[in-house]
Design a binder for this molecule. Structure first.
Ligand code: ADP
Ligand code: MG
Length: 365
């Protein structure tokens, strides 16, 4: 079979050339345009399909400009709009922010509520205490238990915020916002919106742990791979449908090791301690922000509880990899996972989502 593939390719190439020579040139679709941008501290590959090059380039430039501005506005530990808001909250003052930031905070509040507080961007002080407010992974000792316990006791929650228009108040001065768990998803939602508004109907945005698709790649879908958290390689591939987003949260990129223990950058708001036991969570959804937030929430929920939290958040397709290599997936995710050559690293256990789980109700938001 493999020996015949080069022949097949040659035949296809010959057919394509015949097509061009036969006068099909005028109908040839616009070439795919590919650009790599450095946004949100990571490389983002943007690829458009079937769009004239000047339109594609202008749309990508617009995305770059908007996301670059958001990166500094939403940054958790560099001067910017979020830092100003955090300072106001610590002083007990109301503060007016840009409408887009207010909207993203409202979305974060909803997502935090449905996750039962396992995803909670109000725990910025805890994330900082563990040393994750830096560009490089922390080194040295874990923070003293008393410091962590004191921060947890102050119970910072997204639900402490009241957002009226663009004015933000917090009933709790311990709230310190860190949007790291869903900023990439929310930014890719926005980027997709910008591309569509600029006349791009088919494109993919790939930001490492987060991928967002608009439309398709002509007759074939956009295919992406989920990274193996244990070694250089791939767990599975997924063909993304128009409008889908895939986000993966893992402890293989940002963490620190101490005394043989790996401390993940995902923190459990209930204990103030890094998540243990789960190494990677992937969530497929139609909203980038929700997929990204849910990937974090399911990692915090852990091996037993993640199906319940997925159901509460309205997530149907998720895959969870534990530190012993176990791969669990919901039926909808399992149906979408395609093995790569060599197969899945271990058999996929299919876990049905519980029925009838209602999202928690959060009064006032
Ligand atoms: P990445 O794409 O960078 O891996 P994730 O989506 O996994 O990001 O989110 C990790 C980031 O989210 C952390 O670096 C921290 O800033 C923040 N975070 C950690 N734990 C929580 C939590 N329980 N709720 C909300 N945000 C969190
Ligand atoms: Mg996330």
């Amino acid at each position: 079979m493999t020996a015949r593939r080069p022949l097949l390719r040659l035949a296809l190439a010959a057919l394509a050339m015949l097509g061009l020579a036969g006068g099909v040139l005028a109908l040839r679709p616009a070439p795919d345009i590919r650009e790599t941008l450095y946004l949100f501290g990571t490389l983002v590959e943007v690829e458009t399909h079937g769009v004239p090059e000047p339109v594609a380039r202008a749309a990508i430039a617009r995305v770059e400009q908007r996301l670059q501005a958001l990166h500094s506005d939403w940054h958790a530990w560099r001067p910017g709009a979020l830092e100003d808001l955090n300072a106001a909250i610590a002083e007990g003052r109301p503060h007016v922010v840009a409408p887009l930031l207010a909207q993203v905070l409202r979305e974060g509040q909803q997502l935090s509520c449905t996750s039962g507080g396992l995803f909670d961007p109000a725990i910025g002080a805890l994330i900082e205490a563990w040393g994750f407010h830096a560009d490089t992974p922390p080194e040295g000792a874990a923070p003293p238990g008393t410091v962590i316990a004191a921060l947890v006791a102050r119970q910072p929650r997204m639900t402490d915020l009241s957002i009226s228009g663009a004015e933000i108040r917090s009933a709790n001065r311990a709230v310190q916002l860190d949007l790291g768990a869903y900023a990439k998803g929310a930014a890719l939602d926005l980027a997709a919106h910008e591309l569509r508004a600029a006349g791009v109907a088919d494109a993919v945005l790939n930001a490492g742990g987060g991928v967002q698709v608009i439309g398709s790649h002509g007759a074939r879908p956009w295919r992406v791979a989920i990274r193996d958290p244990f070694q250089w390689g791939v767990v599975a591939a997924i063909a993304l449908r128009p409008g889908e987003a895939l986000h993966t949260s893992g402890n293989y990129e940002r963490y620190f090791d101490q005394g043989g223990v790996r401390f993940s950058h995902l923190i459990d708001p209930r204990t103030g301690h890094p998540v243990q036991g789960i190494v990677s969570v992937s969530v497929l959804d139609t909203s980038g922000a929700r997929a990204d937030a849910a990937a974090t929430a399911l990692a915090v929920a852990g091996r037993e509880d993640w199906p319940r939290v997925a159901a509460a958040m309205g997530i149907r397709a998720a895959m969870v990899i534990a530190d012993d290599g176990t791969i669990q997936a919901t039926p909808e995710m399992n149906a979408r996972l395609e093995p790569v050559p060599g197969g899945f690293p271990s058999p996929v256990q299919v876990i049905a989502l519980p029925e009838g789980v209602l999202p928690p109700v959060c009064p006032g938001i």
